[in-house]
Design a protein around this ligand. Structure first.
Ligand code: OSB
Ligand code: MG
Length: 370
């Protein structure tokens, strides 16, 4: 493949409802949709998942733009690409900045799959025809409102509910939710809101039969999670701590987690996500696909990677209408009876809704490979 042109479409979209976590509330999302054109006019699409501010990882929309423009796009233009797996090697002189890398690498994967006339999931080695869907529920103003929301989500068919928790919004909330929904597959995500001083407090989470507790401790930590896991019955799942296969290997070897949340952006792309999938399969570690409140293109990439068989647990990839009034892909991502069908058409399997892209677009940057 010879990449001839890359267009970065910066979009600003409002969430249908604000999303609150242990470190703040998001009401809208600003991000780049990457459009990539090769010498035959085939087009691939990617999405950068970084937020406007660096509260989840160090990346932001602005750092992603800087990295793509000044370092990563020139590397892609430098020489033809034989296979999407080559992109991560090409990018390896640039340290981290995984979400910027993943946005471009995702577009290369889509382009590659379209050239092969195959679904992206198939190219990645994913054999599932449908994926199980969970939902991540932000922190709510009251427990009553939370219970009402969960009731609605259960009726809509979601197969697993994840609650955002933080000190002061945890045990009481879990107790009430468990009381109302004794058999619901339930988990908690702390986004690093606790420390090792909270061991006794976190042990009380064991009373609620949770599938797992996600990222209770420091966003870069592995050691302390290993210490904590020894004191908990509830499996720990790592999110923020895992940037690469190397991190996953360390965490698993040290016993820092029993489950992994794989986010394609956080680990630097689909190739790295696939490597983590393969390693976890050998080591019997179930994985699932996390979310970054993606628009349709990022959502489609998540669906494709979730088609791999080690993605055993329902993920956070919910349908378009959970987030957006109008998504940027046609058709929108739909859930029926708790599953999303894996597309069978080439590439990401969704078309771009250009009218909607133009409606939300605030900037457009064109890069030509001359
Ligand atoms: O920790 O998984 C997380 C959203 C923003 C930042 C971090 C996280 C989340 C979610 C929601 O939990 C995932 C989604 O629905 O896309
Ligand atoms: Mg998380």
């Amino acid at each position: 493949m010879n990449i001839k042109q890359i267009v970065l479409h910066k979009l600003q979209m409002q969430l249908r409802a604000p999303f609150a976590t242990s470190f703040g509330t998001m009401a809208d999302k600003e991000f780049f949709m990457v459009e990539m054109v090769d010498e035959d006019g085939v087009r691939g699409f990617g999405e950068s998942v970084a937020f406007a501010s660096p509260w989840y990882t160090e990346e932001t929309v602005t750092t992603v733009e800087h990295m793509m423009r000044d370092f990563l796009i020139p590397l892609l233009f430098h020489a033809p690409i034989n296979h999407p797996d080559d992109v991560s090697n090409r990018f390896s002189p640039i340290k981290r900045n995984n979400m910027a890398k993943a946005a471009l690498e995702g577009a290369v994967w889509d382009l590659f799959a379209k050239r092969k006339n195959l679904p992206l999931a198939t190219c990645l080695g994913g054999g599932k025809t449908a994926i199980d869907v969970g939902i991540s529920v932000g922190i709510q103003p009251t427990i009553e409102e939370l219970l009402k929301k969960i009731e609605q989500y259960v009726m809509e068919g979601y197969k697993r509910v994840k609650l955002k928790v933080k000190p002061g919004y945890d045990l009481e909330v879990l107790k009430e939710v468990r009381r109302a929904f004794p058999n619901l597959p339930l988990m908690a995500d702390a986004n690093s809101a606790y420390t090792l001083n909270d061991i006794m407090h976190l042990q009380r989470f064991d009373d609620f039969n949770l599938l797992m507790i996600e990222q209770p401790l420091g966003q870069a930590d592995i050691m302390e999670h290993a210490k904590l896991q020894k004191e908990l019955q509830t499996p720990i799942c790592l999110d923020e701590s895992i940037y690469s296969l190397d991190d996953a290997m360390q965490a698993i070897e040290l016993g820092a987690c029993q489950i992994l949340n794989i986010k394609v952006g956080r680990v630097g792309g689909l190739t790295e996500a696939k490597k983590i999938n393969d390693y976890c399969k050998v080591h019997n570690i179930p994985v699932w696909c996390g979310g970054m409140l993606e628009a349709g293109v990022g959502r489609a990439h998540n669906i494709a990677i979730t088609a791999l068989d080690q993605f055993i647990l329902p993920g956070d990839t919910s349908p378009s209408n959970r987030y957006w009034e109008k998504d940027i892909v046609i058709p929108e991502v739909k859930m029926e009876q708790g599953v999303i069908q894996v597309p069978t058409t080439p590439g990401i399997g969704y078309e771009i809704d250009w009218a909607t892209v133009e409606k939300y677009r605030v900037e457009k940057h064109i890069f030509e490979n001359k």
